[in-house]
Design a protein. Sequence first.
Length: 423
Amino acid sequence: MNPFDAPVEALSVSDVAARIKERISADPSLADCVVAGEVQSAMRSSAGHEYLTLRDEESTLDVVRFRGAIRPGEETPAVGEIVVVRGRIDLYSPRSRYQLVATTVERAGGMGLLSRELEALKRTLQAEGLFDAARKQPIPHAPRGIGLITSTSGAVLHDVLRVLRREAPLARLVVVHTAVQGAGAPEEIAKAIARIDACAVKERRSGRPDAISVLLLARGGGSSDDLGAFNVEGVLRAIAASATPIISAVGHESDVTLADLVADLRAGTPSIGAAALSSDLLQSRHDVARLRDRGGRALSFAIDRAERRLQEVARALDDVGPLDRIERAGERVAQLADDLARAALARVQGATSALGELNLLLGALSPQRVLARGYAIVAGDGGRAVRSWRDAPVGTALHIRLAQGAVRATVTERAKEATDGEA
């Protein structure tokens, strides 16, 4: 319906807030009142203002104390502490929320009923050893299977998924939904822990490679009442009974629940809890880069050393290498070739000279030279040389070779020379 078409008697939201504020301001019992209660939450802003939430068994009340009403050095009350606050009830119109604007806060020095009950439970569990470090299980490094216990309708699931995608992208994630606040939340959380723990045990016994090996119990920040389910005994005993290690990631870093004390590991926030399950990919990348740098430096050193060694070997080869030896051998061969040529020439010259001498000797001994001096070669029948008178009987036909030409003759007479010594 268009608000401008509304009936004349209709009130705007601001009108309603203004009338309520007027009624509250008109009540003298609310204009100056004293309220006692247990501090459920407490914080002081950077501007110096103090914000408290008081509670009793049935209700809560927001309290604001502005900076000017806080005495110098005055501390903020602790959660669970009983305080007595004096001030006036006012309506914060932008949110239509009433609050007590405090002028003084007196610390009574005691604990509220709920805080006393919580302390009693804490002492009981501590006496049973549920907080002892000796009973806590180690959180596996880089788990391949993770169980997440949280509400699937809250922002926590998205925060955890974002961190795991970055830090443990290969891990298998099993999400178990449960309410994380409200009257039925403690029972749901305890059952969820027991159910996923039983599943994880079964997977590990079957030898599944990506079996669930760690549980992450996660919830976002809130008031102590909002986180109350994680202080309930049933939830705490379910955590203690789990055979699978549990990380408690409940609230903000400043929030500490009993679940944090019983769990095997406390993480300040769900994101921190998810980061604790990191597969160390970033560290692995750093290790790879570091090893790559070390390998590069080692390789460069090895190459430099090899180059120096190669230069040394090259210099050694220059001194004793085959090229130098071949060059020296070539020089030797050339020298030997020259020596051989000279020796051959000398031999040839010697042979030529000897041949000349032999020619002279042959010429001196040649029958032609003898014939030239007036001698003749006489041959008888059959061409045999006639050396004696006895070889040429009378009538023998003779062939007489002269220095120039030859003649034929017939023996008509023969005589024995006195120089032979024969008769």
